[in-house]
Design a binder for this molecule. Structure first.
Ligand SMILES: [Zn+2]
Length: 312
């Protein structure tokens, strides 16, 4: 039932009912609908402006998750870079120093990583961050390439130096316990047989006939034959410019062309050639010149260590 509106009439001092015409009624209805519609639209606009839609909420969550993941990813890149820097420093300041190699130049370490056109993007833009991280990762990959090449160089150098060390004539050719006399005269001396001043180019190690003679470093036997004053002689080529010679042997325990290791039994002490008593005449040559063998020996080699090297 429609409400009846009343208006106070001052003239009659009474409330009188108001009767609206249908036109007035229609106008009021439209006004009501119009205002309601405007309020509804205003409400919708306010809501949209201040509250995200369900899709937006989902996107925001995904975005947040990606940001976290991105931060973890950046952390990992930085960690990787730091670890690589530590490896590069160890390479340059320890391994290369130990091996007497020059450190890699910084320009080599960064080669190939500095030639990119910078990406011209707003720094606040996330895409910029992605691209700059890509750049960083790219630089790390380049540095890794250089480092792995450097490690290969180090390995090569280590092999060469190992070989140099194992071929160096670095020990006594006979066991100290067999040694009755150690004549370390290297240079001019009166020759016991020729009775004249001659250059003595090696060491004379006096020991009983048949005492084992050992190779003093790795190498290839080039001679096992009678050689004048040397008598029965072994010549051993060690490479890297080194040669050792073993004279006055009673017999051989090796043959020409044979590869030997330090400590291999190659012959036996005798008194063949220009010799008056059983002894080993031992020479070391470097680039064809006689050098004092004593300078190449491990003078502090203990008997136990010597026993480990020699192979009977
Ligand atoms: Zn001699």
């Amino acid at each position: 039932m429609a409400k009846i509106l009343y208006r106070y009439n001052a003239a009659t001092c009474q409330y009188e009912p108001i009767f609206l015409t249908s036109k007035q009624n229609t106008k009021r209805a439209f006004t009501f609908i119009g205002v309601s519609l405007m309020l509804a639209l205003a409400g919708l606009w306010y809501y949209n402006a201040h509250y995200p839609s369900l899709d937006e909420v989902k996107l925001q969550k995904e975005n947040q998750k990606m940001k976290w993941e991105w931060e973890v990813y950046l952390d990992k890149i930085n960690e990787l870079s730091k670890n690589l820097t530590a490896i590069e420093n160890t390479d340059d300041n320890q391994y290369r120093v130990l091996l007497s190699m020059t450190p890699l130049e910084q320009s080599i370490r960064t080669a190939g990583s500095g030639g990119h056109e910078p990406y011209i993007l707003d720094e606040k833009d996330q895409v910029y961050e992605i691209k700059s991280s890509y750049e960083q990762l790219y630089r790390i990959l380049n540095r890794l390439d250089v480092e792995s090449q450097s490690v290969a160089e180090l390995e090569k150098e280590i092999n060469v130096q190992e070989k140099k060390t194992s071929t160096r004539p670095a020990m006594m050719p006979i066991d100290n316990r067999q040694l009755t006399r150690f004549n370390s005269i290297f240079g001019m001396r009166m020759h016991p047989i020729y009775k004249e001043w001659r250059n003595h180019n090696g060491l004379d190690l006096t020991a009983p006939q048949g005492t084992p003679v050992y190779a003093t470093g790795d190498g290839i036997i080039t001679t096992t034959e009678w050689r004048g004053g040397y008598g029965n002689a072994i010549f051993l080529n060690h490479g890297f410019g080194f040669e050792t010679r073993y004279g006055h042997l009673s017999r051989f325990n090796s043959s020409a062309g044979q590869h030997v290791k330090r400590g291999d039994l190659i012959g036996f002490v005798g008194s063949t050639g220009a010799s008056t008593t059983p002894h080993l005449h031992y020479e070391v040559l470097y680039q064809g010149k006689y050098v004092n063998p004593v300078n190449f020996m491990y003078r502090d080699l203990k008997q136990k260590e010597y026993n480990k090297i020699i192979k009977h």
